[in-house]
Structure formats: structure tokens, C-alpha cells
Design a protein around this ligand. Structure first.
Ligand SMILES: [Zn+2]
Length: 275
């Protein structure tokens, strides 16, 4: 998401950063010793406190940090800070070199998923919403990680950086069944938001959010399908599966799109990937 300058103060206040002079020179082409490190800023409101407790109890950010740290070496420790922002957002802050995840964003997506999860008992609905919230939160963190990596390692991202960040998020989510479920949650949210946007029903969009357009939604489905066509056959629209969201013509290109994305990011990140 777009970075807004006024969060820099909040982020800097919430984190003790150890950014030395070495960041001014080119980073060596080896996996850095740095880790994504989770921190919690104070919750400014009762609702923020609810989301802080949810994130902590479910170790949501800790899980995304662990997944990142298992795969990629950062040039120095990078804080992943949950904080009150005053609006729903997440961002990479190039000045303080940290990722911010706003409690308000979790609250926003909780509202989206509560409207989607209306089947079953109350307890089942609540559980489904929390599972989805865990999923999209991981997706958001990995998107911001994309921005972070491009900045930290001065990667020559081709095309729109927002697309590159979405692509990294897809790659981080495509590797195993747990993260694949997270990706499905993210797609469900984007679908709901894309529909609401098209209908003009969405007034309270997350601040600085990328276009929650149907294009982003279709890209995400396409890339996920492309990562494992056998596992995601159900998303393809066919005569026998008319409700599949992904048109068959687009689906045919998706394995190749995914291959290109995977190759591009793996080439860019090759020096920094852990064994
Ligand atoms: Zn972004």
C-alpha cells in the first residue's frame, strides 16, 4: 500500500531501529543476517485492542515473520509492527525501514468477512471469520514484504511495483497447503471488495489501498491457479462448473504467468534465499 509520511513518526516511535551506515552502500549479495521481528505498538482504541489481542493470541504476524525468516535473509532486522494508525492500512516505511500493520486494517477486514461468513452456527461463523482474517493478514504482510525487499535490496522490479508486491505475496502463499488456504481467504476478501466497489457500495475503503479492482482479483486467482492447476481446477469456469470465477481463456495462460513470476522473483532473490 502507499506509504504516508505521517506514519513514520508512529513507526519510529514504536520501534528501536538499528539502521547503520551500511545501508547507504550496496548490500552484499548473500542472505543477510536480518530477521523480520514482530513488535506491538499500543492500541489507541478499544477496537484496536480487540485486534491486538486477536493478532497476539493467534500469533498471526509471528507466523508470517517465521515463514519469511525461514526463506529469506534480510540485510538487517526489520520490524513488523502492529500499531494504531487512525485508519485501515498497512505499509512499508522506507525511512524507518519497517513494515506497519494497522489494527484498523484487521478491524476493517473482520467486517468484510463477517458479511461473507453467514453459514453455520454463530461459533462456526466466528471461527471462519477469524480463519479468513488470519489468511488475509498473512497476504497483506507478504505484499508489504515485497515492497520491503525491493527497497532493501534495491531490486530492479519490472512493471508496477504494486503488481510485483502482489506477485511476491502469491509466491509466499503458494508453497504449502496452509498458506494456500490463506491465499483463498485473501481472494475472497478482494472478490467481495471488488463487487462492492463496482456496485458503488464501498465507501469505507482501506486507506492507501491499491485499486481493489476486479483486475487484481483475477490476477490473484489466476496466479494461485497457475501455481497448482490440479489443486485449483474448481476455480475455472467451464460448462460443468459455470460458477468458477476464472474464465477458461485466462486460465489457460495462468501456469505460464505463474512460471514467469516465479522465475523473475526467484532470480531477483536468489542471492538472499536461505538454503
Ligand atoms: Zn503495495
Amino acid at each position: 500500500m502507499r506509504f504516508h509520511r505521517r506514519w513514520a513518526a508512529a513507526l519510529a516511535a514504536a520501534a528501536v531501529l538499528s539502521v547503520g551506515a551500511s545501508t547507504a552502500t550496496a548490500a552484499p549479495a548473500v542472505p543477510g543476517p536480518g530477521l523480520l521481528v514482530v513488535e506491538y505498538g499500543d492500541a489507541a482504541t478499544a477496537q484496536d485492542l480487540t485486534e491486538q489481542r486477536f493478532l497476539q493470541l493467534n500469533e498471526v504476524l509471528e507466523s508470517s515473520a517465521a515463514h519469511t525468516n525461514a526463506l529469506i535473509g534480510l540485510p538487517h532486522d526489520v520490524p513488523l509492527i502492529a500499531l494504531s494508525c487512525g485508519e485501515a492500512n498497512a505499509f512499508w516505511d522506507p525511512e524507518s525501514q519497517g513494515i506497519g500493520f494497522c489494527y484498523e486494517l484487521a478491524a476493517y477486514y473482520r467486517g468484510v468477512f463477517e458479511q461473507l461468513n453467514t453459514a453455520g452456527t454463530e461459533a462456526q461463523q466466528a471461527r471462519a471469520t477469524e480463519d479468513d482474517l488470519i489468511g488475509i493478514s498473512n497476504s497483506v504482510v507478504f505484499h508489504e514484504l515485497g515492497h520491503a525487499l525491493i527497497d532493501l535490496y534495491d531490486l530492479p522490479a519490472t512493471g508496477r511495483e504494486e503488481d510485483a508486491a502482489d506477485q511476491l505475496a502469491t509466491l509466499m502463499l503458494a508453497g504449502d497447503s496452509l498458506h494456500q488456504e490463506y491465499a483463498v481467504s485473501a481472494i475472497r476478501a478482494w472478490e467481495a471488495l471488488a463487487i462492492a466497489t463496482e456496485q458503488g457500495a464501498l465507501e469505507d475503503q482501506p486507506a492507501g489501498e491499491h485499486s481493489l479492482s476486479s483486475q487484481r482479483y483475477y490476477n490473484a486467482i489466476c496466479w494461485l491457479y497457475g501455481s497448482d492447476p490440479g489443486a485449483y481446477q474448481g476455480v475455472v469456469q467451464t460448462e460443468t462448473n459455470p460458477d468458477g470465477p476464472l474464465p477458461a481463456e485466462r486460465a489457460a495462460q495462468c501456469p505460464e504467468e505463474y512460471e514467469k513470476i516465479s522465475k523473475a522473483w526467484n532470480t531477483l532473490l536468489a542471492p538472499y534465499l536461505k538454503g
